[in-house]
Design a protein around this ligand. Structure first.
Ligand code: NAP
Length: 286
């Protein structure tokens, strides 16, 4: 379950607007039950945009065969769109360097929790922004982040400034909105902002005005702010997956999962996701 499922209902994005009655598109792991093409066999585990449904009829171009031996939770999370977005966003877009101060918003979520750990493993000082004291505590205690800011508690700009005394070198933006505005004002010269998503806007009736400081602060600080889609980097997927699998195997990388049982719970899972009940990737097992 992805925040984008909600964003697609708002209007045209990189896909057409979802309308009442449409199948909700979505990334899923499936098992081949019947095949009429070579290269896909009954029992194969595949990933693809299978949508919110028990059964999908697809062409072979719509799916890729995955390794049956890998846990389904990894295929649907850290080794799928989620982990790859975090990995490419940090390393290819934010282009983090050791000793950078790196801030990640929605840091307790699916992409954010992996992105923050990628930066930690790369030798950065990492600050997470998340909703609620308990989630923030979990980020420092369990995921090993250097600090965490609860954006629901106080003034996110002041709280972020207090833990980023030397400014921010790279900001991984999952939220847009007030957190982006706060980070933007604290960016160091030649800082990088990787725009992964803007979940703070997905559940609103109307889009809000963008943050102040664009383009003024970008010019003065020569900050590079760049949006990306994970698919932009799919040509690097196999090497990225290899690294992520090594980090998982050595225990350097944790892949938290919020597992919901039962297809009928899927709509509720999306509502809960947007409310922030999750730590890590929300996924539904059918
Ligand atoms: N560019 C790409 O290719 C790509 C690919 C995958 C995902 N994404 C984007 O990455 C972002 C994260 O996706 P995800 O799947 O990892 O979801 P997620 O972070 O697991 O879930 C969304 C989280 O957003 C937080 N949130 C909700 N409303 C918020 C608000 N108003 N302000 C700040 N935080 C809020 C909630 O956590 P709190 O408890 O902290 O509020 C919630 O857990 C989304 O923007 C998504 O669209 C982009």
């Amino acid at each position: 379950v992805d925040p984008a499922n909600r964003a697609w209902m708002q209007g045209k994005t990189y896909r057409g607007q979802l309308l009442p009655g449409d199948l909700i598109p979505g990334f899923a792991i499936g098992e081949v039950l019947e095949s009429t093409v070579s290269g896909l066999n009954r029992g194969d585990i595949v990933e693809g945009a299978l949508g919110w449904q028990d059964y999908a009829v697809v062409t072979s171009a719509d799916v890729i065969v995955r390794d049956r031996a890998l846990p389904l939770e990894h295929l649907a999370g850290v080794l799928g769109i989620t982990g790859l977005s975090a990995y490419f966003g940090m390393l290819e877009v934010a282009r983090i360097r050791p000793a950078d101060t790196v801030v990640v918003s929605a840091a307790g979520g699916a992409v954010g929790s992996i992105a923050a750990q990628v930066a930690k493993i790369s030798g950065c000082r990492v600050v997470g922004v998340a909703g609620g004291a308990e989630k923030c505590q979990w980020l420092t205690d369990e995921l090993g982040l250097d600090a965490a800011v609860d954006y629901k508690a106080g003034n996110v700009f002041h709280d972020l400034k207090a833990v980023c005394l030397a400014g921010i070198d790279a900001y991984f933006d999952n939220t847009g909105g007030d957190i982006l505005a706060a980070a933007l004002a604290l960016m160091n010269t030649h800082g990088r902002i990787a725009c992964c998503g803007n979940v703070s806007e997905y559940d609103l009736d109307q889009a809000r005005a963008g943050p102040r400081g664009v383009p003024g602060l970008l010019v003065v600080k020569r900050v590079r702010m760049e949006g990306f889609l994970v698919s932009d980097y799919f040509h690097l997927r196999s090497s990225a997956e290899k690294v992520l699998r090594e980090w998982l195997a050595t225990g350097q990388l944790k892949a938290p999962v919020h597992l919901v049982e039962g297809f009928d719970k899927t709509p509720r899972a999306l509502i809960d996701l947007l409310a922030g009940v999750n730590r890590g990737k929300v996924m539904v097992r059918i």
